[in-house]
Each structure stands twice: as C-alpha cells, then as structure tokens.
Design a protein around this ligand. Structure first.
Ligand code: ADP
Length: 529
C-alpha cells in the first residue's frame, strides 16, 4: 500500500474552515467569545443610555440605543441565539436602570409592560432577520466556494491520464480539502479493488489506522455493497473513517475513505461535498475507460490494416523475385552443360539481386512489425560513422554495378551514439532507393558532416527527383510508386522505417529535390545522448 504525506495546502484559500473537520475545542471557544461580545455590546448600549439621560435626552433614545446594540450583536455573533439573548438583556436593562423605581425590575407606569413587550418583539424580529440574512450570505459564499473548489478539482482531474493518477490527484485534493487523512482505491484491470493509496494529512500518525484489518474490511465492504460505510453510516459505525463508493454508470469504480479523528462524524455539508468530488473522480475514470476503449479499437483496426497490407505486399511483391530465382536456378540445373559461362553468370547475378531484394524486404517487414508492437530496442553505442557507411555500401555494392557511388565524409574519426545495425539499415534503404529510382550510370553521393549539435547524413542522386506533390507522402507506410527503370513495385515500407528509426534516435529525416537534378534524403542524428 502506498502512503503519501500531505503537508502543503494550496486549496486552503478556498476551503477555509467550513469544510475542515470541526473540533470540539474551537466550538466551545467560539460560544464563549460570542457571549463575551454580546455582554460587551449590551454594556456599551447601557452606557450610551446613561449618557443620554445625563445630557437630558428623551427615554425613547435609550430604547433605540438598545435596539442598535441588538442589531450589532446579531451581526457580530454566530446564530440567532445571541440576538435573542441581547434582546432580553436590552429590555431587562432598560427596565432595571431607566424606569422608576430605578435598580428594580418593578415599574409604576401602567404603559411600561406594553413598551417592554413591543421593544422585545422589535428586538427579536430585527435580530432574527439580521442573523438570517447573515446565514444566507454565508451559505451563498459557501456555495460559491464549493463550486470553485469543484472546478479546481475537475480541472486537475482533466489533466491526468490513468486510474492511478486519477486516484493520486483525487485523494490528494480530498485530503487537502477536508484537512484530514484519506484512503483511496480504484478498480484494477480485473475489475477488483486495486492497491489503495493513503494520504496522511500533516504527517498525522493516526492515518496508520488505514492499514488495520477492520478498516481494510470496511473498504472492501463499501466496494462490494456500493453503499457508504463507517462513522455515521449503518455498518462499521465504530470506524474512525467514513467510506464512500466512487460510483460510475458502469458500477462501483473505487472507494474513498475520509478520517474523522477529531470530530466523530462528517457534517452533512462535508458528505455532500465529498459526494460531489467522488462523482468528479468517477467521471474522470469513465472518460479514461472510454478513451482506452477507443484507442484499443483504433489500434486493432490499424493492426488489421497493417496485417492486410503486409499480406498483400508479401503475396504480390515477394512472389516476383521468388519466381525469378526459381526460373533462373531451374534453367541452370536443367541446362548446366549447354549454357555458356556469361549466360550462367547473368542468371546467377539475377538470382543474387532477387535474393538480396528479398532479404532487404523481409528485414524491412520484420522491422515495421517490431516498430508497430513497440518492440524496437535501441542498442545505442558510440559508432564510427565511417564504418557504418562502409558496411552499408558493401551490402549493396553488388546491386550497384552500373552506378557510381561517391562517399564524402570527414577524415577525422567521428563517433556518434547510435544503434549501428539500424542506422546501417536506414542507409541501405536510402541507397537502395537511389539505385532503384535512377537509371544506370547515375551517380549516388553519400555525405556526412557535423553541423552544430548534429551529425548530418545525406544520400543524393542525379536521377529524375521526386514530384513535389509526392514529397509529403513518401515517408508514409505503403506509399509507393512503381518504378519505370526496373518495373518492380516496392513495398512502400523503406522510407517509413527510416523515419521511425531516426525518430527513436531523437533525430529527423527529410527529402528534397536538388537544383541540379535528382533528389537528396537528409537525416540528422544528435551528437550527444
Ligand atoms: P518503395 O521504395 O518500396 O516504393 P519507399 O518508402 O522506400 O518505398 O519509397 C517511397 C516512394 O518514394 C517511392 O515509391 C518513390 O516514389 C519515392 N522515392 C524514394 N526514393 C527516391 C529517389 N531516390 N528518387 C525518386 N523517388 C524516390
């Protein structure tokens, strides 16, 4: 089980105290504070009334001073209890200090009880209205904050990809939001509950409770039943945590457990917020599932297409050289004695060319399959450029008897990090194309130079070049144009493979027509890893 520490609190700004587990101590402190504020303000109202009497004001001003006091109390304290208390204190004080006989709760005038009654009703109504307005504004700002928090969380969840990352981000956000420890588990590939992640808020050791057997059982129970479990629920009521299933349209996708160590239960508001967050987590998970399904379907279609194309390539294009080999060898075997030396040699040259072409094509087909399955393994070493070029040329030389091959590489020994066999394959493909798409007698130039941080290779020819409309497509798989010179159709894999090999090396490849005729294929490899 993975355990994470949550120390920082970026969401604090938004969440304030409303969503954190309220503890017993602050609640008592808050009540004492409100009481002191009430008594203080009402004492001030009494002092003001004494002052009014001293300067000879009418007694209706005393009543106004007390009502003002009640209003301020209702505004400054939490809940309407203090407003009502202030109303009672106000009426009693007015009676005690300012009606004759003074300093008693007795009154001589018969209309005073009515005054007291009306004063009390006015004070209670005003204080209740003020408290209600305050509560309304608190609720609406709470709702606003809640929307903002959910927006932040949803935004965070949109940026992550797999279930594991969703659990990481979701669990961390809940821990920050509620300022408590969290356990979160999502379903694994076999639709069981995967390994949970624990977020210990402020290094709280009590988060270790999530490792205990009963808590693991509570987690499993939530997953199996799809109902909330733990403190405040119907089952596992002794648990110090509240477990909520992460429910999507396709069923339960995971479980979130939130510790309530300080307060015994989560408040209704907290549960509602937790439900909203788990819904966001469920949505992110379902979106991820859908994406995965779509990607898999796309890959299946692509694989199927590739298989079909490969089969076509093999059946059509590989049959031609095989038939050639068969024909030539059969002629030699049947008429060995009567064939003269030159004809025999020409036939064998044909067999050699066809066999080379076959090997070359099979190598390309194997490589494309490997690239497609993500099995292309780079065996990077520091390789001497000279050796790689020489090896590629020697592999293709016998096919190039009618072409002139020129090599132009620096005299100094240049070592580049590369997979020698793969880069050799790139060069062979490019030289092979230059041979295929130019007439005999043409010149093929292989050049290499260092440019900034790159080793730049070029294979150019002086053939007919490539039509400008075709250039954007020639690196695509199975893109091929039948050759006029040899009449043989290619498989359209050569350049696609070159592009993939160069890309895994961190380089790039491009093609362009030379101003003096023919085309150039240029690829760059980084000098350093
Ligand atoms: P293939 O050679 O099997 O057709 P490639 O991927 O090697 O497949 O090449 C794709 C296409 O690019 C070729 O069909 C050809 O039209 C064009 N092409 C490649 N190299 C050259 C070149 N040196 N000169 C002219 N055209 C070329």
């Amino acid at each position: 089980m993975k355990k994470r520490q949550i120390d920082n609190f970026p969401l604090e700004e938004l969440s304030k105290e409303e969503y954190h587990s309220p503890t017993e101590l602050p609640r008592v402190m808050l009540a004492i504070f409100d009481l002191v504020v009430t008594l203080g303000i009402m004492t001030l109202a009494t002092s003001l009334s004494f002052f009014f009497r001293h300067i000879g004001f009418h007694e209706s001003n005393f009543i106004m001073a007390y009502i003002l006091g009640v209003l301020i109390v209702a505004k400054q304290t939490n809940g309407h209890v203090y407003g009502i208390l202030a109303s009672v204190i106000g009426v009693s004080s007015f009676n005690f200090f300012f009606t004759e006989p003074y300093y008693t709760f007795v009154t001589y005038r018969p209309d005073y009880p009515v005054t007291f009654m009306i004063m009390l009703i006015v004070a209670i109504i005003t204080s209740t209205l003020t408290a209600k307005a305050k509560q309304e504004s608190r609720l609406s700002s709470l709702r606003e904050k809640r929307t903002q928090i959910l927006y932040e969380i949803t935004k965070g969840l949109l940026e992550v990809r797999n279930f594991n990352q969703i659990a990481e981000v979701g669990g961390r956000d809940i821990a920050k939001l509620f300022n408590c420890s969290v356990i979160i588990a999502t379903i694994n590939s076999s639709d069981g509950l995967g390994e949970p992640i624990i977020f210990a808020s402020n290094n709280d050791e009590r988060a270790n409770i999530f490792y205990s057997y009963p808590e693991r059982q509570a987690l499993a129970e939530t997953f199996q039943t799809g109902n909330p479990v733990g403190a405040g629920a119907v089952v596992f009521v002794d648990s110090p945590a509240y477990y909520l299933p992460v429910k999507g349209q396709s069923g339960t996708l995971g479980v979130v457990g939130v510790s309530c160590f300080d307060s015994k239960f989560l408040s209704d508001e907290q549960i509602r917020l937790l439900e909203s967050v788990t819904t966001q987590i469920a949505l992110a998970m379902e979106r991820e599932r859908l994406l995965e399904k779509q990607q898999k379907a796309k890959m299946d279609v692509e694989r199927e297409r590739l298989r079909g194309n490969l089969l076509r390539a093999i059946s059509h294009d590989l049959r031609t050289p095989l038939t050639g080999i068969l024909g030539a060898t059969a002629t030699i075997l049947d008429h060995e004695e009567v064939l003269d030396k030159k004809v025999k040699r020409d036939l064998l040259q044909g067999v050699y060319e066809d066999a080379s072409w076959l090997i070359h094509s099979v190598e390309n087909i194997l490589n494309i399959t490997r690239i497609d399955e993500g099995r292309i393994e780079l065996k990077k070493n520091m390789e001497a450029v000279e050796e790689i070029v020489a090896e590629a040329v020697s592999r293709i030389k016998k096919l190039a008897s009618n072409h002139i091959i020129k090599i132009d590489i620096p005299r100094d020994l240049i070592m580049l990090p590369m997979d020698g066999a793969l880069i050799e394959q790139v060069l062979v493909n490019l030289i092979d194309n230059a041979l295929k798409y130019t007439l005999s007698g043409s010149t093929i130039k292989i050049k290499m130079q260092i440019n900034d941080e790159w080793g730049v290779f070029e294979v150019s020819d002086n053939g007919n070049g490539i039509s400008e409309e075709e250039i954007p497509f020639i690196f695509d798989r199975f893109y091929t144009v039948p050759t006029v010179s040899t009449g043989r159709r290619g498989t359209g894999l050569g350049l696609a493979i070159c592009k993939s090999i160069i890309a895994v090396h961190g380089g790039d490849i491009s093609a362009f027509n030379n101003t003096s005729g023919g085309s150039t294929f240029r690829f760059r490899l980084p000098l350093k890893e």
